[in-house]
Ligand binder design. Structure first.
Ligand code: FAD
Ligand code: FES
Length: 283
């Protein structure tokens, strides 16, 4: 169980896609849901969205960015290795229905989270306009897969190395100006500042907007309270009430502040891990 069946490095090796054998999770998973995994017995539990599922093969695909100790440790696993445990599917699935025209906006690794939702929106009969962005061309992921599930695809890079030179919010604004009330919903997933500014743009046009909140999680089942987020003045737990919420009601500044709560410890753990790897490589 939980054997790694494939491994692909994306975005210059900073992002990794793994197909994992997890038939019971694959059979139940719906777009927008996530898993919590542990790499080994003493490992930290980390949440990752299922970027794809294949119930026939009994597999789920995760796509993760290497940002700290656990994602770096996960990247050391090879095809044939096993994860210690995988819990899921967790969280509420994305409410997908035929609405007309929807805009899906993804930034960075958020594009991986957005992929099954975009596909679901298309399969439900919506006209799907997708906008994806990255800092630079080499860090852009899943362009072809997103094109395949969209009616129109726009690409943005912060440095202008590919597609529109600028942020996804620029193209979002252009599309909303062009299409007006034809757009029935927006789904925006990426770094917290990106979701905040996308939500501000869609609010100007009165377009209902879903965002997926990447709060720090521990149990993922509503027991520890670690993933508290403020939505419309109420406390919600991202793991069981979300991870998707109305972007016009989310207190993004509070989320950003909570995400920095353990920065010194995260930095120390990553540095220790990197030193250990360097020592092992030398011996
Ligand atoms: C529901 C959910 C789904 C997610 N899906 C994905 C996914 O599909 N792909 C993916 O790459 N990441 C995803 N994340 C984020 C992922 O869980 C974190 O990047 C991971 O836990 C970092 O662990 P680490 O030990 O490697 O780094 P840490 O040492 O924990 O953190 C290193 C750096 O990453 C930042 N960080 C830590 N936790 C998070 C977090 N939850 N979100 C954003 N930044 C964080 C820290 O501020 C720090 O700067 C998701 C998070 C949630 C809550
Ligand atoms: S992660 Fe513990 S309540 Fe959500």
């Amino acid at each position: 169980m939980f054997q790694i069946l494939s491994k692909q490095e994306l975005a210059q090796g900073t992002v990794v896609a793994n197909e994992i054998h997890a038939p019971r999770i694959a059979a139940k998973a719906r777009p927008g849901q996530f898993i919590i995994l542990r790499v080994n017995e003493t490992g930290e539990r980390i949440p990752l969205t299922m970027a794809d599922t294949n119930p026939e093969r009994g597999t789920i695909t995760i796509i993760y960015q290497v940002v700290g100790k656990t994602t770096a440790l996960l990247k050391t696993l090879q095809v044939g290795d096993h994860l210690m445990d995988v819990v899921g599917p967790l969280g509420r699935p994305t409410p997908i229905e035929k609405k007309g025209t929807v805009i899906c906006v993804g930034g960075g690794t958020g594009v991986a989270v957005l992929h099954p939702i975009t596909r679901g929106m298309k399969q439900a009969g919506n006209k799907v306009i997708t906008i994806i962005g990255a800092r630079t061309k080499d860090l852009l992921i899943l362009e072809d897969k997103m094109r395949a599930v969209s009616d129109e695809l726009y690409v943005c890079t912060d440095d202008g190395s590919y597609g529109h030179h600028g942020f996804v919010t620029d193209v979002l604004k252009e599309q909303l100006q062009k299409l007006g009330s034809e757009v029935k919903e927006a789904v925006c997933i990426g770094p917290v500042p990106m979701m905040k500014f996308c939500s501000q743009v869609t609010a100007e046009y009165g377009v209902p907007t879903l965002v997926s909140l990447n709060a720090i999680m521990v149990d993922g089942t509503g027991m520890c309270g670690c993933c508290r987020v403020n939505v419309g003045g109420e406390t919600k737990f991202a793991c069981v009430d979300g991870p998707e919420f109305d972007g016009h009601k989310v207190d993004f500044d509070n989320l950003m502040q909570r995400l920095t709560a353990y920065l010194p410890q995260e930095k120390e753990a990553y540095e220790l891990f990197q030193r250990k790897c360097a020592c092992e490589a030398q011996s």
